[in-house]
Design a protein around this ligand. Sequence first.
Ligand code: ADP
Length: 490
Amino acid sequence: MATMAPKQTRPQVRQTQCFIGGKWLPAASGKTFDTINPATEEVIAEVAEGDADDVDAAVDAAREAFDRGPWSTMDARDRGRLMNKLADLIEAEIDELAALESLDNGKPIRDARNADFPLVVDCLRYYAGWADKIHGQTIPVRGDYFCYTRREPVGVVGQIIPWNFPALMTAWKWGPALAAGCTIVMKPAEQTPLTCLRMARLAQKAGIPDGVINVVPGYGPTAGASIVRHPGVDKIAFTGEGSTAKIIQREATETMKRTTFELGGKSPNVIFADADMNAAIAGAHFGLYFNQGQCCCAGSRVFVQDKVYDQFCEQIVKRNGQRRLGDPLDPQTEQGPQVDQAQFDKIMKYVEYGKQDGAKCLTGGKRFGSKGYYVEPTLFADVTDDMRIATDEIFGPVMSVLKFSDVDEIVDRANNTEFGLAAAVWTRDIAKAHRFAAKVRAGTVWVNCYDVFDAGAPFGGFKQSGIGRELGEAGLANYTESKTVTVSMT
Ligand code: ADP
């Protein structure tokens, strides 16, 4: 990925209303909510607080665009062309978009500029390429019949996303849905609505027809739940917490909606003594502290072989001491604040649990500064498998380091979790790496690397980390229905 110094840009907040049927509208109730700058705890903007009435209007617009409008009947190649146009417009505004993301979420602008948005653009281009490559099959059935399948768009899709990668999650959801010919009602997270709304404006500018993309900002139990319950919505794609997913799954059953979920994790990152230790230390550090630890696939259970355990911990402590925390809009900043007070409080609670359960806090564990939701990069050593910091998703910059000695024990310990999103292994022994990759119960396994994403490579969870896959051809399959057509040839 090309890294570029982000330009110092003071982002403009331009879109704060609901985007429904191509129009920017206040919430029907007239209500708004504040979106907060996590670095200063100050209000950035008031955003329309959408609710059931706004969701009704958005679903009507999406249904109209799907059932009678141009999207599902447009030549597939033209859909792809419009998606590429959207990607181009995002790329043209990448500095400003990165700054807006940084302001709203608190992530360092260098990450937003060099990771999030290049991946956004790439994802949209990848799926633009799929738009005219979604094929059915011909089936050699018995008798004098011609039988074929069509892969049709699933219809109106409700997409509910979290706050940790607001723009990237928007792209992961829009890309396959648009390529398949679906229309969209999206609810961004209440903490971070701004870049999704901006991307909706750019979609309109790109010429994506009115009603194809609708965005209703608001809260989960109101706006989100209204999307899930709405009989006019055919499918729900959700990324967020498992507890929320279980509510959604129950609600969606009423109308037999298709559902896909990308949920949490407690991913094992296994470092063998025969690994390239410099690479393993750098990779483990990145794999946990990237994005303030707010990654569903964070390598938060780091298993280190006994011979290199002390060396590993020392080096992580050293790196944490050098880490630059500060203003997310400063291009030098490596770590920003957590997204909100609730996340800050949760992390601090787990720091206490770590201490109560007998782990050793080698560095961090405290608030950084006096303003903003900053948490020092934190390292717990001497962590055992049953401690709460080893079993629960913390979603913060807290690394739990566990010791192992035996190759045979490590797969069972890595799999001893309700989650199964990602895993990593560091070793120079290629057979050992493949054996681990085959046995670990996780949707993604990284060997001698971490957090390597590509729009073409499927991502999603085993066990309670989710249902279905995003990205790649697998991600596209969630947005199509198969239709069998049988024609008498007599
Ligand atoms: P996180 O801890 O990442 O915020 P959540 O699962 O709480 O995870 O939130 C993810 C998304 O789900 C957000 O957009 C949120 O508003 C939405 N959400 C929360 N509760 C519900 C619900 N009951 N129904 C639908 N969406 C919800």
